[in-house]
Structure formats: structure tokens, C-alpha cells
Design a protein around this ligand. Structure first.
Ligand code: XMP
Length: 599
């Protein structure tokens, strides 16, 4: 690896946030297993021990190599990592039953080491149960909070530090300064830039392909487009072939746009096929989100293989290119401790096999989304293309919620009653919707019900209520706000699958929403705004749509956006005027607990 920081992953998606933040400070960082041999960590300038949901006392706590603690390297433990350092080096950790979660005031007693330059009071983000009571010998307490006697500790001679809070999340105001201080202690070189990345990854592409050629699917999204450009630059147009498959899950006019953009960029090595009928057939009658993903992923490969034959390409000579990002590999359970949140389409069975055979070229698999954008700009992609909202590989296939039309088996009445009482405290009405969507809680995937609330649009209240509901009730993993009509008719779930007419309806709704964002100058105010079609209907024919605008820098976590009233009223009216749409909702769930896509 390039010299830099190794983040040891003790579970939780946050290991990635840490690595991403370190890279923003221009230092290379990568994630490794805590079971790594000491010899394999020698190249690191410093180690960060990530947080994780476990307790050092738990029988199933993550397995690690204890020799790590004998290494003469700067070390920073965060949350679980902090407790582990304490436990391993002879301090005391007190088990806790209740969770401390949220903002806390840190009292900095000694602004030294990783806390150098901080104010006496700092706002930090906490999320833990156990806590350090007494640091190990040789360590001093650098900071505390009301609930945490050892919120930060350090042994300056050994350059080992532990923090109970999370400097990697943006809620910790001076988080980046703290990480910057640690990098300084490690003596890292700040050489991680996209210029450098272009050079090294081009060399890697040339080496891996060893004279062979690369074939890749180009969806039109940023990742695959940047991947296509990088491959073209590394191998030349003759050794790269892009295929754009219209899978039937594209946005309105998307395929035509991709063709035009590529022509304007001067690429002639991009082919387009319309395979929408094949895809629709493959997902006929399927309602389960994971099953849909799997089938769409498999169909991509089937269409690709047929295209390879039609194009007369020898599979031995052509490798498969993919614009997979670092995070895509992890959400599919890429490290020891990350649970499978959901199967990424670039990680379905057949591709795993090709990967094992070294037949997949993924030049972006070390990058985070923000880095891919920076890379795209460096490669000369037009600004508006680089900044397009990300669009998932399975496209509208994960935005058309499907159902066999059966009401949920469990009796949601008692939960709904209790949840409605909570909502009433905010002067809002609540109902639980009789369908389920995908979410993420802790480090696991959830599949539970959205609650719909209606009443005054007071963002503060809506945000508090949404968080409270999803914390209190396991049955609720999402909360939506009713935009219109003012009086929602009694809606029931209706059968609905991935059919062309439903996709066409969503395409129209999505086009209205996107055009609205452009016209109101809001496109860059958010990372993404999926429009989702849900089979909720009063008359058994019409359906409902959900707007899901989110702000996020890395897509591992996201916040719902508060959009201006004029925009919402405008879009609501246009959507309700669309034939086939009878209600419009607005998703007010952060990620976690709600994922971006409803699936
Ligand atoms: P979730 O729903 O997991 O989405 O919160 C996070 C981000 O990933 C995108 N996404 C995908 N992108 N192939 C992709 O290329 C996929 O299978 C896929 N699934 C989700 C989603 O749009 C969001 O930006």
C-alpha cells in the first residue's frame, strides 16, 4: 500500500467515514482486519482502531491480534477502539446498560496530543454503552464530559490516544482538527491526490489487463462514466468497449442523453442495446427487494454475455470493467465485521467468481464518491455531468416498490396507537403504512414499515418526531410527511410489480420532480432526490409517490433535506395532476435508520 494510515475495522460502517476523512486530509488510508499480522501492518504510519457495536466484555467481541498493542506506532482508538486500548493496556472499562447517544459537551483539560489547539469546551458526538473509568498506567485524562470521566486519554511517550466520541462525524465540530493532529503525530506525507491516483491506477490497469481488453457497462452515472474515461486513457479506445444497456429502469430520456454525452465527449467505442423486455420478464411477479436485486444483477450479466457474443468478442480476451466504489464492496459485507446490508449489484454471485479469477477490472474500488467526482473533473468531464445525482445500477427498479397486495400479517394496531400518541405530542397525526421498505439500523438491514404523519410542516418538529419514532418502534424504520392531498383518502396496499406501465408512471413523476429541482435552482442543494412509486391506493388503480431528497457527502450516512415550501407546493400540485397519482409523500428519515432507496 501507499504509506498512510490503517484503520482497523471493529465493526460498523464508521470505519469508512474515518478512512474517508483521513483521505480528505491528503493522507492515504485503508481499512484492514484487526486480525492482521503485525508484519502486515509495518507499512502503516499509524493505526486507528475504529468504533463498533460490541463490548470488550462480550463473548463474541471482534477477534483481534493482541500483538498490535506491542507495536511501536502511533495509535488512535475511537469509541470501541478507545475502550479496547484501555482494556488491553490495564485500565478499567465499566460495562453499561444504557446508551449515551448524541451531542455532548467535551471539557478539554489538556489541549495536547490529538487535542492540541482545541477550545476548553467542544461539541462532540457520542454513541456508546460501556465507558472507560480509569485509563491504563502512563496515560493521562485529556478530556471528560458529564457522563464520561475519560472521554479522551493519551500516552504521549507511546503516542497512543483514545477518544470515547467520534471525531469522524461532522457533528463533532473539531473532528477534522483532531484527525489532522493525529496525522501530524504519525509524520504522514500528504500525497494522496487525484493526480497521483490517475498515474498509479493507469499503471495498475495496464498491468492487470496484460494486453487484454476491457468491456464495461456504462449506465451514464458518474461512477461508470469516470471508469470508462480512465480505462480509455489507460488502454486507448481500441482496447475498451462500453455498452449502455437500456434495462427498462432508466429515467425518462436517459439513454438518449448518455449517447449524446459520449458523442460530444468524442468517444466512438460505446454501444447501446435496448434490453428492457428481457429485464421486465426476469422480474415478473417478484416483490421481494433482495430477489429483485439479484435478478436484475443476473440479467445484466446475461445481457452482457449475449452482447459479447453478438459483438463477437472472445471472453478470454475481454475482461469485465466495473465502476465499483470502495463503499460498494463493504456494504455487501466486504470486511470481517460488516454485516450484509444488502447485496450490491456489482457483488452478486457470478461476479464474485469472475473477481476470484482476476477477470474484473475495478479502477475506482479504492475511492469514495467525493473522490470519484474529483477524479472526473481531473479527467475533464463536464461539470454538470460530474455533479449529476448518483443513480443506482438497478435504476428505477429499486424505486418502484412492489407488493403482492396482501396486508401485513402482524397486527400493527397497538404500535400505531402508541406511535400516534407520540405524534400527537407534536400536534401531528400518524398512521402506519401497510407496506415495508428497506432500512439500516445499527449495522444491519431492516425491512419494516413507514409511518405517515400529517399536519403543519414544521421541519424542527418533523425531524425530532421522525428520530423519536424510529428509535422507539422497531416496526417503524421510516417516516414520511403527507404533502398532499390535504385529506388523504383511506389507502390500502394493492398488488404491483416491476411492470412497464408502473415504470412509465414513475418516469413521468421523476421527470416532473427533476425538472422542478432545475427550475427552482435546487439541483445542487442535495446529493440525490429519488422519486419512489409505492403501491398505496384508495381506488385500487392510482398510486402514491414519495420524494426522498437527501444531503450526504459519502452516502453511508445521509440527512433528509428541508426544501422550500414554494418548491414543494409546486411539485405536489404537478404530481397530483399526473394521471395515476393520488398522493404525494416526503421522506423525513435520515440514514440511518432509512436507506436512500426504498427498494
Ligand atoms: P442506500 O439505499 O444503500 O443507497 O442508502 C446509498 C447510495 O447507493 C446507491 N445505490 C446503488 N448504486 N448500484 C449502484 O450503483 C446499486 O445497486 C445501488 N443501490 C443503491 C443509492 O442510489 C445511493 O446513492
Amino acid at each position: 500500500m501507499a504509506k498512510g494510515i490503517v484503520v482497523l475495522d471493529f465493526g460498523g460502517q464508521y470505519a469508512h467515514l474515518i478512512a474517508n476523512r483521513i483521505r480528505r486530509l491528503q493522507v492515504y488510508a485503508e481499512i484492514r482486519s484487526p486480525q492482521a499480522a503485525v508484519a502486515d501492518l509495518e507499512d502503516a504510519d499509524g493505526l486507528i482502531l475504529s468504533g463498533g457495536p460490541s463490548s470488550v466484555y462480550a463473548a463474541d467481541s471482534p477477534v483481534f491480534n493482541p500483538e498490535i498493542f506491542t507495536m511501536d506506532k502511533p495509535m488512535l482508538g475511537l469509541c470501541y477502539g478507545h475502550q479496547l486500548i484501555c482494556h488491553q493496556l490495564g485500565g478499567s472499562v465499566e460495562p453499561g446498560d444504557t446508551m449515551e447517544f448524541g451531542a455532548a459537551q467535551l471539557r478539554v483539560k489538556e489541549p495536547r496530543g490529538v487535542l492540541a489547539g482545541l477550545e476548553a469546551q467542544e461539541l462532540v458526538w457520542m454513541s456508546h454503552r460501556d465507558s472507560v473509568q480509569k485509563p491504563p498506567e502512563g496515560f493521562s485524562v485529556l478530556a471528560d464530559t458529564d457522563d464520561c470521566p475519560v472521554a479522551a486519554m493519551g500516552n504521549e511517550a507511546r503516542r497512543i490516544y483514545g477518544l470515547q466520541f467520534h471525531p469522524e462525524v461532522t457533528h463533532t465540530v473539531s473532528g477534522m482538527e483532531i484527525l489532522d493532529n493525529f496525522i501530524g503525530l504519525c509524520g504522514c506525507e500528504r500525497t494522496w491526490t487525484m493526480e497521483r491516483y490517475i498515474e498509479t491506477s493507469m499503471a495498475q490497469i495496464v498491468a492487470q489487463t496484460a494486453g487484454r481488453k476491457v468491456f464495461l457497462l456504462v449506465s451514464g452515472g458518474v461512477d461508470s462514466t469516470v471508469c470508462f474515461l480512465l480505462l480509455n486513457r489507460a488502454l486507448g479506445e481500441d482496447r475498451v468497449l462500453g455498452l449502455h444497456i437500456d434495462n427498462g429502469f432508466m429515467r425518462k430520456g436517459e439513454t438518449a442523453l448518455v449517447e449524446r454525452l459520449m458523442q460530444e465527449s468524442g468517444f466512438e467505442n460505446l454501444k447501446v442495446v435496448d434490453a428492457s423486455s428481457d429485464f421486465l420478464k426476469r422480474v415478473e411477479g417478484v416483490a421481494d427487494p433482495e430477489e429483485k436485486r439479484l435478478r436484475i444483477g443476473e440479467e445484466f450479466l446475461a445481457v452482457r454475455d449475449r452482447a459479447l457474443i453478438d459483438l463477437g468478442l472472445d471472453p478470454e480476451e475481454w475482461l469485465l470493467g466495473q465502476g465499483t466504489l470502495y463503499t460498494d464492496t463493504i456494504e455487501s459485507g466486504g470486511t470481517d465485521h460488516a454485516d450484509v446490508i444488502k447485496t450490491h449489484q456489482n457483488r452478486v454471485g457470478v461476479i464474485e467468481q469472475l473477481l476470484a479469477e482476476g477477470k474484473v477490472v475495478e479502477p475506482l474500488d479504492q475511492l469514495y464518491k467525493d473522490e470519484v467526482r474529483a477524479l472526473g473533473e481531473k479527467l475533464g468531464l463536464p461539470h454538470h455531468l460530474v455533479w449529476r445525482h448518483p443513480f443506482p445500477g438497478p435504476g428505477l427498479g429499486v424505486r418502484v416498490l412492489c407488493s403482492d397486495g396482501n396486508e401485513p400479517q402482524e397486527d400493527l394496531g397497538p404500535v400505531e396507537e402508541k406511535a400516534a400518541e407520540v405524534a400527537a405530542r407534536y400536534d401531528l397525526q400518524l398512521q402506519i403504512l401497510p407496506l415495508r421498505s428497506v432500512g439500516v439500523q445499527g449495522d444491519s438491514r431492516t425491512y419494516a414499515h413507514p409511518a405517515v404523519v400529517s399536519g403543519d410542516c414544521d421541519w424542527e418538529k418533523l425531524e425530532l418526531l421522525s428520530t423519536e419514532l424510529t428509535n422507539l418502534f422497531a416496526e417503524i424504520n421510516r417516516v414520511v410527511y403527507l404533502l398532499g392531498p390535504e385529506e388523504r383518502p383511506v389507502q390500502r396496499i394493492k398488488p404491483g410489480y416491476l411492470t412497464r406501465d408502473r415504470l412509465d408512471l414513475l418516469r413521468e413523476a421523476d421527470a416532473i420532480a427533476m425538472e422542478g429541482l432545475e427550475r427552482h435552482g435546487l439541483m445542487q442543494e442535495m446529493m440525490q432526490m429519488p422519486t419512489v412509486l409505492v403501491p398505496l391506493s384508495a381506488d385500487g388503480v392510482q398510486e402514491s409517490v414519495v420524494l426522498r431528497p437527501i444531503a450526504s457527502s459519502d452516502l453511508m450516512t445521509a440527512r433528509f433535506c428541508r426544501l422550500p415550501r414554494e418548491f414543494l407546493e409546486d411539485i405536489r400540485d404537478r404530481l397530483l395532476a399526473l394521471e395515476g397519482i393520488e398522493a404525494v409523500f416526503y421522506d423525513i428519515t435520515h440514514k440511518p435508520p432509512g436507506t436512500v432507496e426504498w427498494e
